[in-house]
Design a protein around this ligand. Structure first.
Ligand SMILES: [Zn+2]
Ligand SMILES: [Zn+2]
Length: 314
């Protein structure tokens, strides 16, 4: 298996400032879809349920859950560190940016993408099957979302321009539940395809907000700085110990790519279940992405802005 499509860290590269066209193209797609989403939401039409769904995936309930887990981490940490460790502080900035900027972006992108898709490919929406109970469609949609999340995550690791955007998530050396929010906003474009299952079952069932919220919480929990393996349930559900292997500072990163269920990793032989009690160091070796842990004193604003700007240049 090919190594991670990393990129060389050098002062020349950081200072070069030559535009990276794939990143600009992704930003252009995001702007276009956001504009479509803005128009669709203005009409408040059929995309409303998708809008609500996206909000539940990233809204206040998930944020509250994350704060409770952050407190639990302080009591039973896998890796003991100060409450205000540099990694926690920068990931709090990411959480704030997520609530203020990224959630609205997700809503606009989701509305624009789903509305456009419903018009361009109406055959994606399944016909009404009155003999099949609605909950069967909801279960199928959740499994399909998880499979698509897995596939997009694999793409984020295999396609260099997407890896440039995903790398900031992997750069965290002090992993915690807050790292869930440490992501470049343009990464959201690649995950838009996960709106398709909700759209597809639209004539048969509306995915309940509680299901989407539970899914988002189960998807966030694996970043927690705890030793939980979930025991036998950890063979099926992604645990913090399992996802930590994916964030390992050394070795393969294109393993343990799942979000909530391990099925897709197991089926593709990419599942590596945690063994032993040692806590794996996380981050990217060689620090190809500027991180808050470097230097005598942290420069949070500068590091944050550089992390967002960095994928735009070679
Ligand atoms: Zn990853
Ligand atoms: Zn992660």
């Amino acid at each position: 298996m090919a190594a991670e499509p990393g990129f060389v860290d050098s002062p020349a590269r950081r200072g070069a400032g030559r535009l990276c066209l794939p990143t600009v193209a992704v930003a252009g797609i995001a702007a276009w879809l956001s504009w479509l989403g803005w128009e669709a939401l203005a009409q408040y039409g059929p995309v409303h349920s998708i809008w609500a769904g996206q909000f539940e995936l990233a809204g206040p309930a998930v944020t509250g859950f994350v704060l409770v887990v952050f407190l639990i981490e302080q009591v039973w940490p896998a890796q003991r560190r100060p409450l205000l460790a540099r990694g926690h502080l920068l990931d709090m900035v990411y959480m704030l940016a997520h609530a203020l900027l990224v959630v609205p972006l997700i809503v606009l992108l989701g509305a624009g993408f789903s509305g456009g898709l419903a018009r361009a490919a109406p055959w994606l929406v399944l016909p009404r099957f009155s003999a099949v109970p609605g909950w069967c469609f909801v279960v199928a949609a959740v499994l399909a979302i998880d499979a698509l999340d897995w596939l997009v995550h694999l793409g984020n690791h295999r396609i260099t321009s997407l890896w440039r955007l995903h790398a900031v998530h992997h750069s965290q050396e002090e992993l915690s539940i807050l790292t869930t929010f440490r992501a470049h906003p343009l990464v959201q474009v690649s995950f838009l395809v996960t709106a398709v299952p909700i759209l597809a079952i639209g004539h048969n069932a509306v995915t309940p907000a509680a299901v989407l919220t539970a899914y988002a919480c189960l998807g966030a929990l694996p970043h927690a700085n705890v030793r939980w393996t979930y025991g036998k349930a950890g063979l099926v559900l992604i645990s913090p110990a399992y996802h930590r292997v994916h964030h390992s500072a050394t070795g393969r990163l294109d393993i343990n790519l799942g979000t909530v269920f391990t099925f897709w990793d197991v089926l593709s032989r990419r599942a590596v279940f945690p063994a032993g009690k040692a806590v794996i160091p996380t981050g990217l070796s060689g620090r190809p992405v500027p991180v808050e842990q470097s230097g005598d004193r942290p420069r949070f604003a500068r590091t944050f802005l550089t992390q967002w700007a960095e994928p735009f240049t070679h």
